[in-house]
Structure formats: structure tokens, C-alpha cells
Design a protein around this ligand. Structure first.
Ligand SMILES: [Fe+2]
Length: 269
């Protein structure tokens, strides 16, 4: 596949978004959030692809996956008026099904078609399945990094606004109270990801997003975490306690270890 196909898919995506326009302001804000998120994920995917030295074909594939990764969000919102998969359906699977049903990728070789559809379907799984071939694994990892970077951007921008002013579908309905659940903090201290089912407060959700750092795959993504001061910006909306500043320190150490290896960390101590 080439850049020309990516351009065609961009036009197709714009038409698809228009087709799913909401008839009220609140719905439009929610959908606009996903449209802007898609643009952010595409930019991140391009940047990571360049950073790891992918060729033109692989870059075009990565951008197409980014463009379509949240396709399911649009029919999900139209049908269920929510972005909560647990109250509606898995948006990644819905996106993959939509690509198939609408035969969007019919111009591509079967192998590229199936790579894109599987990467879309896998972009939100808790842990990637074992046994994926190298190319599949590369693209599944790349979209997951690109997606996380832009979700952080969205939530940092939202944290500067009053929660009452957020697009209605983003808060997961969790209370914005000062507590953090001990089990969630324990996961972070173990450098583990947090499951959605263990969330009790909006702070837990903020911690879940920080824990994604332990799931990042590529050095260019880790460098962007530092460049954009993401740990500091995300931690700023959490209560300023010793326990949570330790969580942030651990995250910084982890990123530095991944980027520079344990030796540099030792000498930096
Ligand atoms: Fe998604």
C-alpha cells in the first residue's frame, strides 16, 4: 500500500464521520473528541514510524491503522450514546467489523487487509495475545503506543477544565473524590497495568492512565513521554501525597531505565 491509498482512506473516514453526525450539541462534542483523537493518533503513529525507521509501505500501514483504530466509536455512540464498552459493545471489534462489512480495504492485498483489521481489533486489549507474527506484533504495538500518547493529551487538556464542562461521554461516571484505591497504587508499584474493573474513583482512572507507561513499546514513545512532561502533567491532577509522588518517581525511573539502560540509572543515583 502507498500514500495515495492513505489519502483515499482519509476522505472515506471524513464521510463516515459526517454520516454519524449527532443531532445535538452534546453528541457533536463527544464525536468531535473522537475525530480529533484520531488525527492525534495518526500524527503520533507517523512520528513513531519515523523514529523506528519504518519504510514507506509500513508507515502507510501504520497510518491507516491509526486512522481506523477508533472507527467503531462512531456507530457505538450513535447506537448506544456512550463510549463505555462495558455498557455497549467492544468498540475495537465494532471498528474491525465495520471495515469488513463496508469493504473499505477491498483495494488492498489480502495480507495487508487482514493486518489492518486485526491491529484495529487488538488496539484496546488488556494484553496482546501471544503467537502474533513479527509484522502483526509491530503494528499492534505501534497503534497501542500512538493511541496512549493521544489519550494522555486529551485528558491533560480536559484536566485544565472543570469536570462539569467535559464532553459528557469521557468521565466513565466515576466520582471525582480525593481517594485512590490501594489496589490500584499496588499495581503501579509493581509496574503492572490497572484493570478497568478495579476503578472506584476518577483518581483511580488517572492512575490507570499513568500505568500505561509500563505498557509502552518503543523508545520514540518513551522519549515523547519525557519531552511532553507527561508524567508530571498527569500527576498534577492527582492529590499531592508522598505515596503518589513515589509513584511518579518510579515511573520516571522506569522510562529512564528503558531509554538508557540500568547502568546510566546506577551512575545517575
Ligand atoms: Fe480505542
Amino acid at each position: 500500500m502507498d500514500n495515495e491509498s492513505v489519502e483515499q482512506y482519509r476522505s472515506w473516514f471524513s464521510r463516515f464521520v459526517q454520516e454519524h453526525a449527532a443531532d445535538n450539541e452534546q453528541g457533536q462534542r463527544n464525536l468531535r473528541l473522537k475525530e480529533e483523537h484520531t488525527a492525534g493518533v495518526c500524527a503520533n503513529a507517523h512520528r513513531i514510524a519515523a523514529g523506528i525507521g519504518l519504510d514507506a509501505t509500513a508507515t502507510a500501514l501504520a497510518e491507516t491503522i491509526a486512522l481506523f483504530h477508533d472507527l467503531g466509536r462512531f456507530p457505538q455512540y450513535v447506537r448506544y450514546r456512550t463510549f463505555e464498552d462495558s455498557r455497549s459493545m467492544n468498540h475495537a471489534v465494532l471498528g474491525a467489523k465495520t471495515l469488513l462489512e463496508r469493504k473499505v480495504l477491498r483495494g488492498l492485498p489480502v495480507q495487508e487487509r487482514s493486518l489492518i483489521i486485526r491491529a484495529v481489533a487488538l488496539h484496546n486489549v488488556f494484553i496482546l495475545p501471544t503467537g502474533l507474527d513479527d509484522e502483526m506484533l509491530l503494528h499492534a504495538k505501534l497503534i497501542r503506543d500512538a493511541d496512549k500518547l493521544d489519550i494522555w493529551r486529551v485528558f491533560i487538556e480536559l484536566s485544565e477544565r472543570d469536570a462539569a464542562d467535559w464532553p459528557s461521554a469521557v468521565g466513565l461516571g466515576l466520582p471525582d473524590t480525593p481517594e485512590c484505591s490501594p489496589a490500584v497504587i499496588t499495581s503501579l508499584n509493581r509496574r503492572e497495568m490497572v484493570r478497568l474493573t478495579s476503578l472506584r474513583t476518577l483518581n483511580d482512572f488517572r492512575l490507570l492512565q499513568l500505568a500505561w507507561i509500563y505498557d509502552l513499546n518503543f523508545a520514540p514513545t518513551l522519549r515523547l513521554v519525557l519531552e511532553r512532561s507527561l508524567i508530571e502533567q498527569l500527576a498534577a491532577s492527582l492529590p499531592q501525597t508522598d505515596e503518589l509522588s513515589q509513584v511518579a518517581d518510579n515511573l520516571r525511573s522506569y522510562v529512564n531505565e528503558r531509554l538508557h539502560g540500568a547502568t546510566t540509572l546506577e551512575s545517575a543515583r
